[in-house]
Design a protein around this ligand. Structure first.
Ligand code: GLP
Length: 256
């Protein structure tokens, strides 16, 4: 894992945006995995501002609520079109977001996995992290080998996401999410986390044991994962000074 600690969420986002911009320049038909939540909002704003060429890019979103109409303002379909996809020159046919209203969830999930494979696999997956360490909607104790499937949210995630829905009882309990095994197959992962609420989950994921109790900790087994943090999210890391030193002293060819 490459831990990149920046003074602010804006600065950490700018590093992440540069990584994506470089990939799109080097591989105009890249396959990008996208995430939702409040964390990537700054990133999407920055990517829109950069006016990159998305014509040949394919995207796959991590997850979606089950049973929420696509048009619902809190569906991840609405989120993605409102905050990124509606503002870039991506081809609609290249956008993939799990269908939370499918009448055959297992069949849909198998097809989603097949579509990712057919597209050549994910080149770069954007990730946020839940306060309990979840990535996508892979809650604690998810199988570290899991594939796209239905999951039930923990009470904690329901509470965390209630802010988007107005109240807890409006948050759907079921979701479709790429599995941890799916995420681990991305060629590169780019995890962003900001603010003090993420500090514990980040410290456990980066410096704790690999355990399904903190699903993000499995990224320790991934060969190319960058973790872009602001100071607050990095606050509980024991080796923060080392990560800063590494980033500040990269050889020229490795600079971001
Ligand atoms: C949701 C999403 C995750 C996201 C997490 C954190 O549960 N499914 O992909 O990382 O929330 O959200 P936020 O960025 O709003 O803290």
């Amino acid at each position: 894992m490459e831990i990149i600690i920046q003074p602010s969420a804006e600065a950490a986002t700018s590093v992440a945006a540069r990584v994506i911009a470089r990939l799109l320049r080097e591989k105009p038909d890249a396959v990008i995995g996208l995430a939702t939540g409040s964390t990537p909002l700054l990133l999407y704003r920055e990517l829109i501002r950069m006016k990159l060429d998305w014509r040949k890019v394919t995207t796959f979103n991590l997850d979606e609520y089950v049973g929420l109409p696509k048009e619902h303002p809190q569906s991840y379909h609405s989120f993605m079109w409102e905050n990124l996809l509606g503002h870039i020159n991506i081809a609609k046919k290249n956008v993939h977001i799990p269908d939370g209203n499918t009448n055959d969830i297992p069949k849909f999930c198998a097809k989603y996995e097949k579509q990712i494979r057919a597209a050549g696999g994910i080149d770069l997956q954007v990730l946020g992290i839940g306060t309990d360490g979840h990535i996508g909607f892979n809650e604690p104790t998810s199988s570290l080998a899991s594939r796209t499937r239905i999951k039930t949210l923990t009470q904690r995630t329901v509470q965390d996401n209630a802010r988007f829905f107005g109240s807890e009882d409006k948050v759907p309990h079921h979701v479709i999410t790429m599995g941890i095994g799916t995420i681990m197959e991305a060629r590169q992962n780019l995890l962003l986390a900001f603010g003090p609420k993420k500090a514990r989950a980040i410290a456990e994921a980066v410096e704790g044991p690999i355990t399904s109790v903190n699903p993000a900790s499995v990224l320790q087994m991934h060969p190319v994962t960058k973790v872009c943090l602001d100071e607050e999210a990095a606050a509980q890391l024991q080796r923060a000074d080392y990560y800063r030193w590494v980033f500040d002293n990269k050889p020229g060819w490795q600079k971001i």
